[in-house]
Ligand binder design. Structure first.
Ligand code: SF4
Length: 383
């Protein structure tokens, strides 16, 4: 194990007696089991869970909190799975009134906002368009790198990679390799949702299954492309489903070490078929659940270096508190977020760097600006 496993102690002792042996394990730097992680989700002793996550995080990252000046680009909302992913409000049919597909010139024009800004990363994800070939994306990555050589490109989920492989009739590994040759630096962690077959058949039937999603990430890691991993929570899944999902991520990380960050994604029900079907049951996650997802992720995924709060989904206020619940990454400036906002997010579509730095400082932490690969761009001692 490459990360520090011991040192420091818990700031809060568990009141829930069931958590005492788990807390002892965390203090001793031992890995916790599936059943123990489920107990962490099921307890009401939130502060004890947060304290354990905080200890694990402080051993790994001290008081440093990372952020990145990034810009999201969503090239198309046309998606062949628009009827399949009932939790999603972004993907639409090609003939839908609000369907859009950006030309490469439009992508470059949107990216040009980065020319006079401190942007370090383009984060590119979108729908599964039935006609766009792999060359659309390789040309996009190449064109962006030519125009913005100092900006890194993190692009395409495992689901998009598998879709392009099907369209082109080639292996997923070859899709990643071609994107890498065009300049791809990293891959995002979307599309994982929840790996449980039962949950998947309810919220995303026929979407890439767990083994396929994991295989695409395994291939990216083998090619030297770091990736993120995610969990979509707050819909029909159980605590056991969440933990089984994280167990598969932990196992792959033991094998490859290629995940940079774990990002729990809070489901937003507005404008989704699942939200309509669930009625009053389909409400947004609360702050307690958001903090638990982050904290349990930090404790359980002891081999993933970073845990990121997606402030777009859980608000900047919860994200700021999360910095004391095991989180060491506050996402980025984002700029022009579209996907979660179609599902009713009422957070801003972007934050400026000063605001992010202030949120981190006000939480008593040290802001560290990073690039896509977690190289330090700027921190107080270096600025
Ligand atoms: Fe398409 Fe992704 Fe939405 Fe599914 S989640 S409908 S793949 S955009």
């Amino acid at each position: 194990m490459i990360y520090p496993r011991a040192g420091g102690e818990l700031s809060v002792r568990p009141e829930d007696r069931e958590l005492i042996p788990i807390a002892e394990k965390v203090e001793a730097g031992e890995r916790i089991s599936r059943e123990e992680a489920i107990a962490l989700f099921e307890t009401d002793d939130l502060l004890a869970v947060g304290s354990m996550a905080d200890l694990v995080n402080r051993r790994l990252n001290g008081d440093r909190v990372y952020y990145v000046a990034n810009q999201h680009i969503n090239p198309t909302n046309v998606c062949i799975l628009n009827k399949v992913c009932v939790f999603c409000s972004y993907g639409v049919r090609p003939v839908a009134e609000d369907a859009y597909t950006m030309s490469l010139e439009e992508v470059y024009a949107e990216a040009d906002a980065a020319r006079h800004s401190p942007t370090r990363e383009f984060h590119i994800v979108g729908g599964l368009h039935p006609k766009l070939p792999l060359s659309y994306y390789t040309d996009m990555v190449r064109g962006l790198k030519e125009r913005h050589p100092r900006v890194q490109v993190k692009a395409l989920t495992a689901v998009e990679i598998a879709h392009l492989a099907r369209i082109e009739g080639i292996a997923t590994r070859d899709v990643i390799r071609e994107l890498q040759e065009a300049g791809l630096d990293a891959m995002p962690g979307g599309g994982a949702e929840v790996f449980s077959p039962a949950v998947r058949s309810t919220i995303a039937d026929r979407k890439l299954v767990a083994d396929e999603w994991l295989q695409v990430h395994r291939e990216a890691h083998e090619l030297g492309i770091p990736t993120n991993c995610t969990l979509l929570y707050g819909h029909v899944e159980s605590p056991a489903d969440r933990v089984d999902h994280m167990l598969m991520l932990r196992d792959l990380q033991d094998e490859t070490g290629g995940f940079s960050t774990f990002i729990p994604l809070a489901w937003h029900p507005d404008n989704t078929a699942l939200g309509r079907e669930m009625g009053a049951e389909g409400r947004r996650t609360g702050g307690i659940d958001d903090l638990k997802a982050l904290a349990v992720g930090r404790i359980f995924l002891d081999n993933v270096p970073h845990i990121k709060t997606h402030w777009i989904m859980v608000t900047t206020k919860v994200s700021q508190i999360a910095l004391s619940f095991g989180v060491d990454d506050l996402e980025g400036t984002v700029v022009l977020e579209k996907i979660t906002h179609t599902a009713g997010a009422d957070t801003p579509i972007g934050l400026d760097l000063d605001e992010i730095v202030r949120l981190i400082r006000d939480a008593g932490k040290i802001p560290v600006e990073r690039d896509s690969l977690y190289n330090v761009v700027r921190e107080p001692a270096l600025s």
